[in-house]
Write a protein that binds this ligand. Structure first.
Ligand SMILES: CC(C)(COP(=O)(O)OP(=O)(O)OC[C@H]1O[C@@H](n2cnc3c(N)ncnc32)[C@H](O)[C@@H]1OP(=O)(O)O)[C@@H](O)C(=O)NCCC(=O)NCCS
Length: 190
């Protein structure tokens, strides 16, 4: 198996395109669009991060991602609606272990745009990137048991349910169980 270097793939994150979205690098100028959705407690309900309280929280996160781009580390894309140019979410990789050809991805979208198939569309582009440029064998994603929308995004992209990690994280005042989904390279190609 060929073991890729993270820096060779994430050194210059390419733009990806779907019918309705442009996936591009995040930048500090996205802070106000990001704050608009990331300050929504409903968006933050089932994710690892807390809802942003001020625009400084959004700017802090964006600067952190910009540093990851500069350090050529595994990172994520901003999701921009082609019709308006507005940043409406993010999608990308949480970690990548090239020696095992496996990675995990995650996503979040502004509540204004839920239920229109947008994240299914973005995830499809990121999954194609995972099995193309990153040459993965296994891609996984996890969600809290109550996150039916996230589960559906995974299912609609051909991911398979593997099992439940019981009370695996303590978040937002309680232990949470996580559902694990994955897709393997031969399943993606089929
Ligand atoms: C999860 C999330 C990304 C889904 O984005 P989206 O663009 O609305 O997803 P899609 O429209 O592509 O697909 C979602 C599907 O789940 C369905 N769905 C959404 N919420 C649901 C719910 N609470 N119960 C059941 N189904 C639900 C939608 O109807 C849609 O199904 P359909 O295509 O058959 O109509 C979005 O809700 C979000 O950002 N949530 C907050 C952040 C988050 O939880 N991120 C994931 C962490 S694991």
């Amino acid at each position: 198996m060929e073991i890729l270097k993270i820096a060779d793939v994430f050194g210059d994150l390419p733009e990806l395109e779907t019918p309705r979205l442009l996936l591009r690098k995040l930048k500090p100028e996205d802070a106000s669009d990001m704050f608009e959705y990331a300050s929504d407690p409903e968006v933050a309900r089932d994710v690892t991060w807390e809802a942003h309280r001020t625009m400084e929280d959004s700017l802090g996160f964006l600067n952190y991602v910009v540093q990851k781009y500069a350090r050529k580390e595994t990172s994520e894309w901003g999701l921009v609606l082609k019709e308006s140019g507005k940043l409406v979410g993010t999608c990308g990789f949480v970690w990548w272990r090239p020696e095992h050809a496996k990675a995990e991805f995650g996503y979040a979208l502004s509540r204004k745009y839920w239920g229109r198939g947008l994240m299914t569309e973005a995830a499809a582009a990121v999954i194609a990137f995972a099995f193309g440029k990153m040459k993965l064998h296994r891609l996984e994603a996890r969600c809290i048991t109550t996150n039916a929308g996230s589960e559906k995004v995974m299912l609609k992209n051909g991911m398979k349910y593997e099992g439940l990690l019981r009370d695996v994280v303590y978040e937002k005042g309680g232990f949470k169980s996580l559902k694990v989904y994955s897709i393997l390279a031969p399943e993606f190609r089929a």
